[in-house]
Design a protein around this ligand. Structure first.
Ligand code: SF4
Ligand code: SF4
Length: 458
Protein backbone atom coordinates (compact mmCIF):
# COMPACT_ATOMS: atom_id res chain seq x y z
CA UNK A 1 0.00 0.00 0.00
CA UNK A 2 1.39 3.39 -0.99
CA UNK A 3 -0.02 6.49 0.64
CA UNK A 4 -0.45 9.40 -1.78
CA UNK A 5 2.25 12.08 -1.83
CA UNK A 6 -0.65 14.47 -1.38
CA UNK A 7 -1.25 13.10 2.13
CA UNK A 8 0.60 14.91 4.91
CA UNK A 9 1.28 12.62 7.84
CA UNK A 10 1.63 14.19 11.26
CA UNK A 11 2.68 11.97 14.14
CA UNK A 12 0.50 12.58 17.18
CA UNK A 13 2.88 10.76 19.52
CA UNK A 14 0.32 8.35 20.99
CA UNK A 15 0.71 5.59 18.42
CA UNK A 16 -1.62 7.43 16.08
CA UNK A 17 -1.09 9.86 13.20
CA UNK A 18 -3.08 12.62 11.55
CA UNK A 19 -3.51 12.32 7.80
CA UNK A 20 -4.39 15.39 5.72
CA UNK A 21 -5.01 14.88 2.04
CA UNK A 22 -4.93 17.84 -0.31
CA UNK A 23 -6.94 16.18 -3.11
CA UNK A 24 -9.90 14.99 -1.10
CA UNK A 25 -9.56 17.49 1.75
CA UNK A 26 -9.99 14.60 4.19
CA UNK A 27 -8.51 14.72 7.66
CA UNK A 28 -8.29 11.46 9.55
CA UNK A 29 -6.65 10.06 12.65
CA UNK A 30 -5.24 6.59 12.14
CA UNK A 31 -3.52 4.16 14.51
CA UNK A 32 0.06 3.56 13.31
CA UNK A 33 -0.43 -0.21 13.45
CA UNK A 34 -3.22 0.01 10.83
CA UNK A 35 -0.89 1.90 8.53
CA UNK A 36 1.90 -0.62 8.98
CA UNK A 37 -0.22 -3.72 8.40
CA UNK A 38 -3.35 -2.58 6.61
CA UNK A 39 -6.26 -4.98 6.38
CA UNK A 40 -8.50 -4.97 3.31
CA UNK A 41 -11.00 -2.92 5.32
CA UNK A 42 -8.33 -0.28 6.08
CA UNK A 43 -7.36 -0.14 2.40
CA UNK A 44 -10.99 0.31 1.41
CA UNK A 45 -11.43 3.13 3.89
CA UNK A 46 -8.20 4.88 2.90
CA UNK A 47 -9.20 4.65 -0.77
CA UNK A 48 -12.59 6.19 -0.08
CA UNK A 49 -10.89 8.95 1.88
CA UNK A 50 -8.63 9.79 -1.08
CA UNK A 51 -5.30 8.65 0.42
CA UNK A 52 -4.63 5.97 -2.17
CA UNK A 53 -5.71 7.64 -5.41
CA UNK A 54 -3.73 7.12 -8.59
CA UNK A 55 -1.96 10.15 -10.05
CA UNK A 56 -4.51 10.36 -12.87
CA UNK A 57 -7.40 10.22 -10.48
CA UNK A 58 -5.81 12.98 -8.41
CA UNK A 59 -5.39 15.12 -11.51
CA UNK A 60 -9.01 14.76 -12.62
CA UNK A 61 -10.24 15.33 -9.07
CA UNK A 62 -8.28 18.57 -8.83
CA UNK A 63 -9.81 19.84 -12.05
CA UNK A 64 -13.26 18.81 -10.95
CA UNK A 65 -12.82 20.59 -7.63
CA UNK A 66 -12.25 23.92 -9.38
CA UNK A 67 -16.04 24.00 -9.84
CA UNK A 68 -16.45 24.36 -6.08
CA UNK A 69 -14.04 27.30 -6.05
CA UNK A 70 -15.71 28.86 -9.11
CA UNK A 71 -19.16 28.63 -7.55
CA UNK A 72 -17.88 30.36 -4.47
CA UNK A 73 -16.21 33.02 -6.63
CA UNK A 74 -19.54 34.10 -8.07
CA UNK A 75 -20.43 35.83 -4.83
CA UNK A 76 -17.12 37.43 -3.92
CA UNK A 77 -17.36 41.23 -3.85
CA UNK A 78 -14.97 43.30 -5.95
CA UNK A 79 -13.09 45.91 -3.94
CA UNK A 80 -11.84 49.07 -5.64
CA UNK A 81 -9.63 50.88 -3.16
CA UNK A 82 -9.46 54.63 -3.67
CA UNK A 83 -6.66 56.26 -1.71
CA UNK A 84 -7.73 59.80 -0.90
CA UNK A 85 -4.38 60.59 0.70
CA UNK A 86 -1.25 58.87 1.98
CA UNK A 87 -1.05 61.22 4.93
CA UNK A 88 -2.14 60.10 8.36
CA UNK A 89 -2.71 61.83 11.68
CA UNK A 90 -1.57 58.72 13.55
CA UNK A 91 2.00 57.55 13.88
CA UNK A 92 1.67 53.79 14.36
CA UNK A 93 5.05 52.11 14.79
CA UNK A 94 3.61 48.95 13.23
CA UNK A 95 2.32 50.64 10.05
CA UNK A 96 3.37 48.83 6.87
CA UNK A 97 2.99 51.90 4.69
CA UNK A 98 6.40 53.43 4.21
CA UNK A 99 7.17 57.02 5.07
CA UNK A 100 8.53 57.38 1.53
CA UNK A 101 5.02 57.86 0.22
CA UNK A 102 5.09 61.49 -0.73
CA UNK A 103 2.36 61.84 -3.32
CA UNK A 104 -0.18 64.61 -2.95
CA UNK A 105 -3.75 64.09 -1.87
CA UNK A 106 -6.20 62.84 -4.43
CA UNK A 107 -7.81 65.69 -6.40
CA UNK A 108 -11.10 65.92 -8.23
CA UNK A 109 -9.57 65.60 -11.71
CA UNK A 110 -7.80 62.32 -10.87
CA UNK A 111 -10.86 61.06 -9.04
CA UNK A 112 -12.89 61.54 -12.22
CA UNK A 113 -10.41 59.37 -14.11
CA UNK A 114 -10.42 56.73 -11.36
CA UNK A 115 -14.19 56.49 -11.49
CA UNK A 116 -14.02 56.13 -15.27
CA UNK A 117 -11.41 53.36 -14.94
CA UNK A 118 -13.54 51.52 -12.42
CA UNK A 119 -16.52 51.81 -14.73
CA UNK A 120 -14.46 50.33 -17.54
CA UNK A 121 -13.34 47.39 -15.41
CA UNK A 122 -16.93 46.83 -14.32
CA UNK A 123 -18.06 46.83 -17.94
CA UNK A 124 -15.29 44.58 -19.31
CA UNK A 125 -15.59 42.10 -16.49
CA UNK A 126 -19.39 42.31 -16.40
CA UNK A 127 -19.58 42.86 -12.68
CA UNK A 128 -23.05 43.26 -11.20
CA UNK A 129 -23.62 46.41 -9.13
CA UNK A 130 -24.31 44.34 -6.03
CA UNK A 131 -20.68 43.12 -6.13
CA UNK A 132 -19.19 46.60 -6.55
CA UNK A 133 -17.55 48.05 -3.44
CA UNK A 134 -15.48 51.22 -3.34
CA UNK A 135 -13.10 51.27 -0.39
CA UNK A 136 -12.03 54.62 1.05
CA UNK A 137 -8.44 54.02 2.03
CA UNK A 138 -5.20 55.85 2.81
CA UNK A 139 -3.05 56.83 4.87
CA UNK A 140 -6.05 57.93 6.87
CA UNK A 141 -8.64 58.52 4.12
CA UNK A 142 -10.50 61.15 6.13
CA UNK A 143 -7.32 63.29 6.22
CA UNK A 144 -7.89 63.80 2.49
CA UNK A 145 -9.78 66.56 0.72
CA UNK A 146 -13.36 66.75 2.04
CA UNK A 147 -14.79 67.70 -1.34
CA UNK A 148 -13.13 64.66 -2.93
CA UNK A 149 -14.54 62.36 -0.26
CA UNK A 150 -18.03 63.78 -0.70
CA UNK A 151 -17.67 63.36 -4.44
CA UNK A 152 -16.73 59.70 -4.12
CA UNK A 153 -19.91 59.10 -2.13
CA UNK A 154 -21.95 61.06 -4.68
CA UNK A 155 -20.53 59.14 -7.65
CA UNK A 156 -21.14 55.84 -5.88
CA UNK A 157 -24.72 56.80 -5.15
CA UNK A 158 -25.28 57.61 -8.80
CA UNK A 159 -23.94 54.19 -9.86
CA UNK A 160 -25.41 52.16 -7.00
CA UNK A 161 -21.99 51.08 -5.76
CA UNK A 162 -21.46 50.51 -2.06
CA UNK A 163 -18.74 52.19 -0.01
CA UNK A 164 -16.56 50.72 2.74
CA UNK A 165 -14.71 53.30 4.84
CA UNK A 166 -11.45 52.09 6.37
CA UNK A 167 -10.58 54.68 8.97
CA UNK A 168 -8.76 55.09 12.27
CA UNK A 169 -11.97 56.71 13.52
CA UNK A 170 -10.47 59.94 14.79
CA UNK A 171 -12.07 62.22 12.17
CA UNK A 172 -15.41 60.51 11.72
CA UNK A 173 -17.21 63.23 13.70
CA UNK A 174 -16.13 65.90 11.22
CA UNK A 175 -17.88 64.03 8.44
CA UNK A 176 -21.07 63.27 10.33
CA UNK A 177 -23.28 65.41 8.09
CA UNK A 178 -21.84 64.02 4.84
CA UNK A 179 -22.13 60.45 6.06
CA UNK A 180 -25.75 61.01 7.04
CA UNK A 181 -26.51 62.40 3.57
CA UNK A 182 -24.99 59.37 1.85
CA UNK A 183 -26.07 56.80 4.41
CA UNK A 184 -27.66 54.62 1.71
CA UNK A 185 -24.36 53.91 -0.06
CA UNK A 186 -22.23 53.30 3.01
CA UNK A 187 -21.85 49.58 3.56
CA UNK A 188 -19.74 49.77 6.72
CA UNK A 189 -16.91 51.39 8.62
CA UNK A 190 -13.74 49.40 9.38
CA UNK A 191 -12.18 50.87 12.50
CA UNK A 192 -9.21 49.40 14.30
CA UNK A 193 -9.13 48.91 18.05
CA UNK A 194 -5.92 47.08 18.68
CA UNK A 195 -6.11 46.15 22.32
CA UNK A 196 -7.09 47.40 25.76
CA UNK A 197 -6.40 51.10 26.35
CA UNK A 198 -2.67 51.00 27.17
CA UNK A 199 -1.88 48.57 24.36
CA UNK A 200 -3.95 50.32 21.70
CA UNK A 201 -2.35 53.64 22.63
CA UNK A 202 1.12 52.15 22.31
CA UNK A 203 0.38 50.64 18.92
CA UNK A 204 -1.71 53.47 17.50
CA UNK A 205 -0.57 56.84 18.91
CA UNK A 206 -1.34 60.20 17.29
CA UNK A 207 1.47 62.12 15.55
CA UNK A 208 1.76 64.33 18.62
CA UNK A 209 1.85 61.23 20.83
CA UNK A 210 -1.60 61.87 22.27
CA UNK A 211 -3.73 58.85 23.00
CA UNK A 212 -6.25 57.51 20.47
CA UNK A 213 -8.20 54.84 22.35
CA UNK A 214 -10.97 57.17 23.48
CA UNK A 215 -11.24 58.67 19.98
CA UNK A 216 -11.88 55.22 18.54
CA UNK A 217 -14.28 54.31 21.33
CA UNK A 218 -16.25 57.54 20.73
CA UNK A 219 -16.29 57.01 16.97
CA UNK A 220 -17.73 53.51 17.34
CA UNK A 221 -20.28 54.69 19.91
CA UNK A 222 -21.43 57.53 17.65
CA UNK A 223 -21.59 55.50 14.45
CA UNK A 224 -23.61 52.78 16.13
CA UNK A 225 -25.92 55.40 17.60
CA UNK A 226 -26.45 56.67 14.06
CA UNK A 227 -27.21 53.09 12.97
CA UNK A 228 -24.18 52.68 10.71
CA UNK A 229 -22.54 49.27 10.49
CA UNK A 230 -19.20 49.08 12.27
CA UNK A 231 -16.86 46.19 11.59
CA UNK A 232 -14.29 46.80 14.28
CA UNK A 233 -10.90 45.32 13.50
CA UNK A 234 -8.10 44.07 15.71
CA UNK A 235 -4.87 43.31 13.94
CA UNK A 236 -3.04 40.66 15.93
CA UNK A 237 0.71 40.91 16.30
CA UNK A 238 3.36 40.18 18.89
CA UNK A 239 2.57 43.39 20.72
CA UNK A 240 -1.12 42.72 21.40
CA UNK A 241 -1.64 38.97 21.14
CA UNK A 242 -1.33 38.41 24.89
CA UNK A 243 -3.84 41.19 25.57
CA UNK A 244 -6.70 39.95 23.44
CA UNK A 245 -8.64 38.54 26.38
CA UNK A 246 -8.33 41.87 28.16
CA UNK A 247 -9.74 43.59 25.09
CA UNK A 248 -12.62 41.09 24.92
CA UNK A 249 -13.35 41.84 28.57
CA UNK A 250 -13.48 45.58 27.81
CA UNK A 251 -15.75 45.02 24.82
CA UNK A 252 -18.16 43.10 27.02
CA UNK A 253 -18.53 46.20 29.21
CA UNK A 254 -19.80 48.14 26.19
CA UNK A 255 -23.19 47.33 24.73
CA UNK A 256 -21.68 46.81 21.26
CA UNK A 257 -22.14 43.05 21.06
CA UNK A 258 -25.88 43.52 21.53
CA UNK A 259 -26.00 45.90 18.58
CA UNK A 260 -26.98 44.17 15.30
CA UNK A 261 -24.77 46.63 13.39
CA UNK A 262 -21.58 45.72 15.23
CA UNK A 263 -19.07 43.02 14.41
CA UNK A 264 -15.54 42.30 15.68
CA UNK A 265 -13.09 41.13 13.04
CA UNK A 266 -9.78 39.74 14.20
CA UNK A 267 -7.01 39.52 11.64
CA UNK A 268 -3.38 38.53 11.66
CA UNK A 269 -0.88 41.15 10.73
CA UNK A 270 0.39 39.74 7.44
CA UNK A 271 3.13 41.90 6.10
CA UNK A 272 4.67 39.26 3.86
CA UNK A 273 7.23 41.74 2.57
CA UNK A 274 8.77 42.22 6.01
CA UNK A 275 8.01 39.03 7.89
CA UNK A 276 10.25 39.34 10.87
CA UNK A 277 9.52 37.79 14.25
CA UNK A 278 11.56 40.56 15.89
CA UNK A 279 8.99 43.06 14.64
CA UNK A 280 5.29 42.59 15.17
CA UNK A 281 4.69 39.44 13.22
CA UNK A 282 3.21 36.32 14.74
CA UNK A 283 2.90 33.08 12.88
CA UNK A 284 -0.45 32.03 11.52
CA UNK A 285 -0.38 28.97 13.78
CA UNK A 286 0.10 31.02 16.92
CA UNK A 287 -2.54 33.50 15.84
CA UNK A 288 -5.16 30.83 15.22
CA UNK A 289 -4.39 29.17 18.55
CA UNK A 290 -4.96 32.53 20.29
CA UNK A 291 -8.32 32.87 18.52
CA UNK A 292 -9.38 29.38 19.52
CA UNK A 293 -8.50 30.17 23.14
CA UNK A 294 -10.48 33.42 23.09
CA UNK A 295 -13.56 31.66 21.79
CA UNK A 296 -13.25 29.01 24.46
CA UNK A 297 -13.11 31.70 27.12
CA UNK A 298 -15.97 33.80 25.71
CA UNK A 299 -18.31 31.47 23.76
CA UNK A 300 -21.15 33.96 24.27
CA UNK A 301 -19.67 36.38 21.75
CA UNK A 302 -18.83 33.84 19.05
CA UNK A 303 -21.64 34.99 16.73
CA UNK A 304 -20.21 38.51 16.71
CA UNK A 305 -16.59 37.64 15.94
CA UNK A 306 -15.25 37.07 12.47
CA UNK A 307 -11.78 35.67 11.96
CA UNK A 308 -9.88 36.73 8.90
CA UNK A 309 -6.52 36.04 7.31
CA UNK A 310 -6.48 32.28 7.33
CA UNK A 311 -4.04 31.87 4.55
CA UNK A 312 -2.99 28.28 5.21
CA UNK A 313 -4.98 26.86 8.09
CA UNK A 314 -8.59 27.62 7.18
CA UNK A 315 -9.47 24.14 6.04
CA UNK A 316 -7.96 22.43 9.09
CA UNK A 317 -9.60 24.83 11.54
CA UNK A 318 -12.95 24.47 9.83
CA UNK A 319 -12.74 20.68 9.72
CA UNK A 320 -12.24 20.48 13.47
CA UNK A 321 -14.85 23.26 13.97
CA UNK A 322 -12.50 24.99 16.39
CA UNK A 323 -13.82 28.40 15.47
CA UNK A 324 -17.44 27.50 14.96
CA UNK A 325 -18.96 26.98 11.56
CA UNK A 326 -19.79 30.50 10.42
CA UNK A 327 -20.07 30.71 6.69
CA UNK A 328 -17.06 31.58 4.66
CA UNK A 329 -14.98 29.68 2.15
CA UNK A 330 -12.42 27.30 3.60
CA UNK A 331 -11.20 25.35 0.62
CA UNK A 332 -10.14 23.79 -1.63
CA UNK A 333 -7.99 26.85 -2.27
CA UNK A 334 -7.17 27.69 -5.85
CA UNK A 335 -6.07 31.25 -5.11
CA UNK A 336 -4.20 32.77 -2.18
CA UNK A 337 -5.85 36.14 -1.54
CA UNK A 338 -8.56 38.29 -3.08
CA UNK A 339 -6.15 40.62 -4.95
CA UNK A 340 -4.50 37.64 -6.61
CA UNK A 341 -7.82 36.17 -7.52
CA UNK A 342 -8.51 39.41 -9.35
CA UNK A 343 -11.14 40.87 -7.04
CA UNK A 344 -9.17 43.88 -5.75
CA UNK A 345 -7.77 46.96 -7.49
CA UNK A 346 -5.91 49.68 -5.62
CA UNK A 347 -5.95 53.24 -7.02
CA UNK A 348 -3.30 55.52 -5.56
CA UNK A 349 -3.69 59.30 -5.23
CA UNK A 350 -1.94 59.96 -8.56
CA UNK A 351 -4.08 57.54 -10.57
CA UNK A 352 -1.64 54.63 -10.60
CA UNK A 353 -3.17 51.22 -10.05
CA UNK A 354 -1.46 48.69 -7.77
CA UNK A 355 -1.80 45.01 -7.12
CA UNK A 356 -2.80 45.05 -3.45
CA UNK A 357 -2.94 47.50 -0.51
CA UNK A 358 0.52 46.32 0.63
CA UNK A 359 2.14 47.38 -2.63
CA UNK A 360 0.99 50.98 -3.01
CA UNK A 361 3.56 53.11 -4.85
CA UNK A 362 5.91 50.17 -5.38
CA UNK A 363 6.54 50.14 -9.09
CA UNK A 364 7.19 46.38 -9.19
CA UNK A 365 3.50 45.92 -8.55
CA UNK A 366 2.15 48.64 -10.80
CA UNK A 367 -0.66 47.00 -12.75
CA UNK A 368 -1.87 50.03 -14.68
CA UNK A 369 -2.79 53.69 -14.66
CA UNK A 370 -6.02 55.59 -15.08
CA UNK A 371 -4.71 56.99 -18.36
CA UNK A 372 -3.54 53.75 -19.97
CA UNK A 373 -5.70 51.13 -18.26
CA UNK A 374 -4.46 47.79 -16.89
CA UNK A 375 -1.08 46.52 -18.12
CA UNK A 376 0.25 42.99 -18.72
CA UNK A 377 1.52 42.71 -15.11
CA UNK A 378 -2.04 42.82 -13.90
CA UNK A 379 -2.49 39.39 -15.45
CA UNK A 380 0.85 38.10 -14.15
CA UNK A 381 0.03 38.95 -10.54
CA UNK A 382 -3.58 37.98 -10.84
CA UNK A 383 -3.40 34.43 -12.08
CA UNK A 384 -6.57 33.07 -10.67
CA UNK A 385 -5.78 29.42 -10.10
CA UNK A 386 -2.95 27.27 -8.75
CA UNK A 387 -3.58 25.05 -11.75
CA UNK A 388 -2.33 27.88 -14.01
CA UNK A 389 1.00 28.23 -12.21
CA UNK A 390 3.63 25.72 -13.28
CA UNK A 391 5.12 25.05 -9.84
CA UNK A 392 1.84 25.12 -7.93
CA UNK A 393 0.12 22.83 -10.36
CA UNK A 394 2.43 19.99 -9.35
CA UNK A 395 2.66 20.92 -5.69
CA UNK A 396 1.22 18.43 -3.22
CA UNK A 397 0.10 21.28 -0.94
CA UNK A 398 -1.66 23.41 -3.53
CA UNK A 399 -5.26 23.21 -2.32
CA UNK A 400 -4.20 24.08 1.24
CA UNK A 401 -1.92 26.92 0.16
CA UNK A 402 -3.61 28.45 -2.86
CA UNK A 403 -0.44 29.69 -4.53
CA UNK A 404 1.27 31.91 -1.95
CA UNK A 405 1.73 35.64 -1.73
CA UNK A 406 3.14 37.32 -4.84
CA UNK A 407 4.83 39.97 -2.72
CA UNK A 408 6.56 37.49 -0.45
CA UNK A 409 7.98 35.58 -3.42
CA UNK A 410 9.54 38.75 -4.82
CA UNK A 411 10.84 40.05 -1.48
CA UNK A 412 12.70 36.91 -0.46
CA UNK A 413 15.32 35.67 -2.86
CA UNK A 414 15.39 31.92 -2.46
CA UNK A 415 12.05 31.64 -0.77
CA UNK A 416 11.01 28.00 -0.29
CA UNK A 417 7.24 28.23 -0.32
CA UNK A 418 6.63 24.53 0.27
CA UNK A 419 8.87 24.44 3.32
CA UNK A 420 7.16 27.59 4.59
CA UNK A 421 3.67 26.11 4.11
CA UNK A 422 4.58 22.85 5.79
CA UNK A 423 6.19 24.72 8.65
CA UNK A 424 2.96 26.64 9.31
CA UNK A 425 0.84 23.49 9.22
CA UNK A 426 3.25 21.56 11.46
CA UNK A 427 3.59 24.39 13.95
CA UNK A 428 -0.17 24.66 14.26
CA UNK A 429 -0.73 20.92 14.60
CA UNK A 430 1.91 20.84 17.31
CA UNK A 431 0.14 23.64 19.17
CA UNK A 432 -3.16 21.75 18.86
CA UNK A 433 -1.74 18.26 19.44
CA UNK A 434 -3.47 17.83 22.80
CA UNK A 435 -6.87 18.76 21.37
CA UNK A 436 -6.38 16.47 18.38
CA UNK A 437 -5.28 13.43 20.35
CA UNK A 438 -8.47 13.65 22.42
CA UNK A 439 -10.28 12.60 19.25
CA UNK A 440 -8.05 9.61 18.48
CA UNK A 441 -9.00 5.95 18.83
CA UNK A 442 -6.20 3.36 19.31
CA UNK A 443 -7.99 0.74 17.23
CA UNK A 444 -9.98 2.57 14.53
CA UNK A 445 -9.64 5.27 11.91
CA UNK A 446 -11.41 8.46 13.03
CA UNK A 447 -12.86 10.64 10.24
CA UNK A 448 -12.62 14.30 11.20
CA UNK A 449 -14.45 15.74 8.21
CA UNK A 450 -16.19 14.96 4.94
CA UNK A 451 -14.16 14.72 1.74
CA UNK A 452 -14.57 17.53 -0.83
CA UNK A 453 -15.78 14.88 -3.26
CA UNK A 454 -17.76 11.79 -2.43
CA UNK A 455 -15.43 9.09 -3.80
CA UNK A 456 -18.01 6.34 -3.33
CA UNK A 457 -20.19 7.88 -6.03
CA UNK A 458 -17.49 9.40 -8.20
S1 SF4 B 1 3.08 28.66 -3.57
FE1 SF4 B 1 4.46 26.96 -3.19
S2 SF4 B 1 3.50 25.82 -1.52
FE2 SF4 B 1 1.95 27.14 -2.40
S3 SF4 B 1 0.90 25.91 -3.95
FE3 SF4 B 1 2.52 27.04 -5.00
S4 SF4 B 1 4.27 25.66 -4.97
FE4 SF4 B 1 2.84 24.91 -3.43
S1 SF4 C 1 -0.51 39.57 -2.52
FE1 SF4 C 1 -2.19 39.07 -1.16
S2 SF4 C 1 -1.27 38.07 0.59
FE2 SF4 C 1 0.36 39.12 -0.53
S3 SF4 C 1 0.55 41.12 0.46
FE3 SF4 C 1 -0.88 41.36 -1.24
S4 SF4 C 1 -2.91 41.03 -0.33
FE4 SF4 C 1 -1.39 40.24 1.10
Amino acid sequence: MRISRRTIKFDLGNETALLLNSTSGTIDIIPNKLLKNPSSDTIKKLTERGHLLTKDREKTTLIRLTEIAKNHGQNIPYWFYILTTLRCNFNCPICYEKSTHKTKDLNLATLKKIIKSIEEIQKTQQILNKRMFIVLFGGEPLCGNKEVIENILKECKRRQWKVVIVTNGSLVKKYAKIFRTYRAVISDFRITLDGPKHIHNQRRPQKNNLETFSLVEDAIDNLLKERFTVKMQTILGNGNEKHLKELAKFLLTKNWFQNPNYQWRIEGSHDYANLDPQKDEISEGEMVKTLIDILKKYPEISAKIKFESFKYLGHIVNSFEWLGTYKTYWGPKYGFCEPQKGYHFVFSTDGKIFHCPRTVNNKTYLIGTVNKGLNSKSKKYKKSSVLEKQKCKKCALNTFCGGGCAVQKVCYDHFDCQKYTLQIINEFLTLMRKEITKRSDPTNIVYINKPWIDFKNY
